[in-house]
Design a protein around this ligand. Structure first.
Ligand SMILES: [Zn+2]
Length: 167
């Protein structure tokens, strides 16, 4: 099978049968991602435990590319740490810009099926919508954790985050 044909089938399959399109009970964070240029509107939901994405789902509506890309992304980031998910997001953005290495594209597994989008500028925003939304969510979680840590300080000024005297 020609590789482009295979790519098209992967995208079609995820668009027609998105396994991760559902409501997620007990999500840690939910964020709406919008791409006005196409009308894509998704709600990404992540459940994060101890820095690991233990469950994820999306809802909403949009074109085939945006839906398939979000569905594929969720398959890829499940059971990964937030750092790993951020690295995958960077690889995906790199692939679209044409700067990702072969290893990075290989890591993207089925998401590599979207690499031809780089040649369709009008569809790039559709393909990156899920990834961009996830990146924003992880950044929000990171800054929340940082401000919680800052709020708790040991009175003697030690910087040990495990210190029992932190209040
Ligand atoms: Zn779209």
């Amino acid at each position: 099978m020609e590789i482009k044909q295979l790519y098209r089938e992967i995208v079609n399959e995820h668009n027609l049968h998105p396994a991760n399109k559902r409501d997620l009970e007990g999500a840690t964070i939910v964020l709406e991602g919008v791409n006005p240029s196409c009308g894509d509107d998704i709600y990404l939901q992540l459940k994060v435990e101890d820095g690991v994405i233990t469950d994820a789902a999306f809802n909403g509506s949009g074109c085939a590319i945006s839906q398939a890309s979000a569905d594929i992304m969720i398959d890829l980031v499940l059971d990964r740490t937030l750092e790993e998910a951020m690295e995958l997001a960077a690889s995906f953005m790199g692939m679209i810009k044409g700067t990702a290495s072969e290893e990075e594209i290989e890591e993207l597994d089925e998401a590599a099926a979207l690499q031809d989008i780089a040649h369709m500028p009008a569809r790039v925003k559709c393909a990156v919508l899920g990834w961009r939304t996830m990146k924003q969510m992880i950044e929000t979680l990171g800054s929340q954790a940082a401000s919680e840590n800052k709020a708790k300080l040991c009175p003697s000024g030690c910087r040990n985050t495990d210190c029992d005297r932190r209040v």
